[in-house]
Write a protein that binds this ligand. Structure first.
Ligand SMILES: *Cc1c(COP(=O)(O)O)cnc(C)c1O
Length: 393
């Protein structure tokens, strides 16, 4: 597969101007500040009469290169980088919302994002309404005059539901909402929400963008007028991405296409294996034909991604017993790594939810989430297969 917009080339060939040393690989600009030619240059720079680097909390060449690449990959006008994915999410909301504004969000969002909505933003009288991914026909009933942002993730974590981006884009436009998509699970290589009407796209670059479990990072990209506000907020509040991490992430993007293709090859094979395994109750993967939104997934994604969720017998304890039999795969909550990682949401990331709340967001107690890595698929399947046959319900 090759994307029409030549994503592979942009991810590799987008590069800063060379320094006088004519390096081939990009240099790392570890500097906290930048010098001025003279007093007039200093004045004009601070007056923002010219675009140039002043201080690395504001901008840095390595961060600029990462932003430029991500803008090309997502088809965005502008962007800004952050120390973490949560830094990007918090700063984006904080920059765009005023006290009294409301957020309309899908119920199934990343745990820390959910905590911002329920514990942090209410301190500033910013409240959130929720809708179920399976019930977007009634979404418009939830839009109030104060609603300013429509927020989703697709595929969702860990239920792997697919939300209809084109439909949501139309609703957002009709009601003048800012439509924001956390595109972390798909990456721009598999899904470009801006094409479907998203105003902003957010990534935890910690996941598949880095792809090797080394650095944390976040980025928001999209409409230039909104990015300007987000940039000014961050420049003053300081959640900046370190140039070193920006350099790592820009390098990581050079291999995004080959990594994601292989992640998807492996995930398709594992999903097929699990789907046919007698001890697996249910397997969820967007590109499995029995996924309830298979047709929609095909419409808006190039391939199904690298995350699979499957349910084993025995509820929370059954899931724990299964995990205790795993030998090779890593037991860690990070995802998008070269190494296959396994978690049980009900006993980890979603353990603070009540049983009813977990049912509401469609997380059965025996659900296992696998982030399929780049090891040989036979080894991944063999590890999961032996754990399935050995674990006791
Ligand atoms: C990990 C993650 C985040 C948060 O990113 P950090 O880099 O850990 O701050 C946000 N959204 C999704 C979907 C994630 O998986």
């Amino acid at each position: 597969m090759s994307l029409k917009n030549k994503n592979e080339t942009n991810a590799i060939r987008t590069q800063l101007a060379r320094s006088p040393f004519l390096e081939h690989s990009n240099p790392l600009y570890l500097t906290s500040s930048f010098v001025f030619e003279d007093a007039e240059d200093m004045r004009a720079s601070f007056a923002e009469e010219k675009e140039r680097n002043i201080y690395s909390r504001f901008s840095n060449p390595n961060n600029a290169e990462l932003v430029e690449k991500m803008c090309k990959l997502e088809g965005a006008e502008a962007g800004h980088t952050f120390a973490t994915g949560m830094g990007a999410i918090f700063s984006t909301f904080a920059a765009l919302l005023n006290s009294g504004d409301r957020i309309l969000s899908a119920r199934a969002v990343f745990g820390s994002t959910h905590s911002l909505f329920t514990k942090v933003f209410p301190k500033w009288q910013i409240e959130t309404s929720y809708f179920d991914a399976s019930d977007i026909e009634h979404l418009e009933d939830l839009i109030l005059p104060q609603t300013k942002i429509l927020y989703i993730e697709s595929p969702t974590n860990p239920g792997l539901q697919i939300l209809d981006l084109a439909y949501l884009g139309k609703i957002a436009q009709k009601h003048n909402l800012i439509f924001i998509v956390d595109n972390c699970f798909a990456t721009p290589y598999l899904q470009q929400p801006i094409k479907f009407g998203a105003d902003l796209v957010i990534h935890s670059a910690t996941k598949l963008i880095d792809g090797q479990g080394r650095v944390l990072g976040g980025i928001t990209i999209g409409r230039a007028d909104l990015i300007k506000e987000i940039y000014l907020f961050s420049r003053n509040s300081g959640p900046s991405l370190s140039p070193f991490n920006a350099w790592v992430l820009s390098k990581s993007l050079e291999t995004l296409s080959v990594r994601v293709e292989k992640h998807c090859d492996n995930a398709e094979k594992l999903a097929e294996f699990l789907n046919n395994h007698p001890k697996v109750v249910d397997t969820r993967y967007p590109f499995l034909k029995n996924h309830p939104q298979y047709a929609l997934a095909k419409k808006q994604m190039e391939r199904g991604g690298n995350i699979i969720a499957f349910e084993v017998d025995g509820g929370v304890q059954g899931g724990r017993n299964f995990i205790d039999e795993i030998k090779m795969c890593s037991l860690t909550s990070n995802l998008g790594d070269t190494r296959t990682t396994i978690t049980q949401p009900a006993s980890t990331t979603h353990s603070k939810l009540s049983v009813e709340e977990r049912q509401h967001v469609d997380i059965p107690d025996g659900l296992i989430r696998v982030s399929v890595g780049l090891e040989h698929i036979d080894d991944i399947i063999a590890d999961i297969d032996q754990a399935l046959s050995r674990y006791h319900v």
